[in-house]
Write a protein that binds this ligand. Structure first.
Ligand SMILES: NC(=O)c1ccc[n+]([C@@H]2O[C@H](COP(=O)([O-])OP(=O)(O)OC[C@H]3O[C@@H](n4cnc5c(N)ncnc54)[C@H](OP(=O)(O)O)[C@@H]3O)[C@@H](O)[C@H]2O)c1
Length: 344
């Protein structure tokens, strides 16, 4: 490692990292480390990043059973805790996969994530997608679950009741949603006994989702932003020729040059200053350290924030085609673009 590398992985004081206060009053670190290896980064490398990220000051880790690495990540978390970081000082999220939406399956899946992650509770547990449609890891864009279904609110609420039971059982502290839309969330907020603490959603300068963002904030739901850098390493199934790259946007590049940082740092600063919680993935110590350092120094100006607000391209990268339930559908059908839940 060169002297320059050593400077760039200098730790950040976790106390200096902004926190988000959730509706329960709990505080969640505003930046987390993503752990999805995008079908090409193996569990060992992700676990090493978790260990390294904790050493440079990360205290928030975004996990999921479908990432296929919770056992390795759990080994890293156990080491982190053995090393003297207290359990209450880390925030661990996991998610139930689409084929485990039934009550018993969901509870068993949560227990499996807890066992793999070597934890006795999760800070946050999410319903990963609002569709019970399975796709195997590494599948291509044409893959469909044979029994694929649309969003059926009554079924989602059965899943949500099991999520609420996990809170009652003290296996999880908070529950939340992911990949939701305004009309779906309106129903869940109406019917939930325990309302979602967060909604995890794609958020980056080219996909700002202003309407959904405002809706969740107005309803006391913390937005967590995935693919905050535009996911340059995302799986092949999630790439189309229309996709754009926020880190290459001339506005982001110019702001980065002005601040003397990588465009990634600008995306992360913007995300945290706007109010979402980005969860950038990286296995590169220089990159994950820089992503965290971005939020404790040299904030963007109001003019820069306005300039970034103006480059939204409504460019969704994770389109979710593999979750479609009928032939001849468009991926837009998953996202209720007309403001109403797409009918069966
Ligand atoms: N709820 C959901 O449905 C959902 C969906 C997608 C993702 N997620 C979560 O969100 C996390 C983040 O999304 P993502 O992993 O798709 O995309 P991302 O964080 O936008 O991008 C990660 C990529 O950016 C590179 N990178 C990171 N920091 C960098 C830096 N400072 N400079 C240059 N390149 C940098 C990484 O490469 P290096 O490793 O080389 O640094 C990696 O290829 C996931 O890991 C997962 O936890 C959730």
């Amino acid at each position: 490692m060169s002297a320059n590398d050593e400077t760039s992985v200098k730790p950040v004081d976790p106390a200096a990292v902004p926190k988000r206060r959730l509706r329960s009053g709990a505080l969640m670190p505003a930046v987390g480390l993503g752990t999805f290896g995008s079908d090409h980064v193996g569990p060992g490398e992700v676990a090493a990043a978790v260990r390294g990220a904790a050493a440079v000051g990360y205290r928030h880790f975004d996990c999921a059973s479908v990432y296929g690495n919770e056992d390795a990540v759990g080994g890293a978390l156990a080491e982190i805790l053995r090393g003297g970081i207290r359990r209450e000082d880390i925030w661990v999220t996991s998610k139930v996969w689409n084929d485990k939406h039934g009550e018993q399956d969901l509870i068993a899946s949560c227990r499996k994530s807890l066992a793999d992650l070597r934890l006795d509770y999760l800070d946050l547990y999410l319903v990963h997608w609002p569709f019970p449609n399975f796709h195997p890891p590494g599948c291509d864009v044409s893959s469909r679950s044979p029994n694929a279904q649309p969003y059926i609110h009554a079924n989602y609420m059965k899943t949500w009741r099991a999520m609420e039971a996990l809170v009652d059982m003290r296996l999880v502290r908070h529950i939340g949603t992911s990949n939701m839309t305004v009309p779906k969330l309106e129903l869940v907020l109406r019917d939930a006994r325990i309302k979602p603490a967060v909604n995890e959603m794609e958020l980056h300068p080219h996909f700002q989702q202003p309407e959904l963002f405002k809706f969740v904030v107005d309803n006391g739901v913390q937005p967590v932003g995935y693919c905050p850098l535009g996911s340059p390493g995302r799986p092949e199934r999630d790439r189309t020729s229309e996709d754009t790259s926020p880190m290459e946007d001339p506005v982001i590049v110019a702001i980065a040059e002005r601040h003397g940082v990588h465009p990634a740092a600008v995306c992360i600063k913007w995300a945290v200053q706007r109010g979402q919680s980005p969860i950038p993935f990286s296995i590169n110590p220089r990159n994950y350290a820089a992503n965290l350092r971005a939020v404790v120094s040299d904030p963007l100006t109001d003019d820069e924030m306005r300039a970034i607000a103006a480059i939204d391209r409504n460019c969704r990268l994770i389109k979710g085609q593999v979750f479609l339930w009928k032939d001849k559908q468009s991926w837009q059908d998953l996202w209720d673009v007309g403001g109403k839940i797409t009918p069966v």
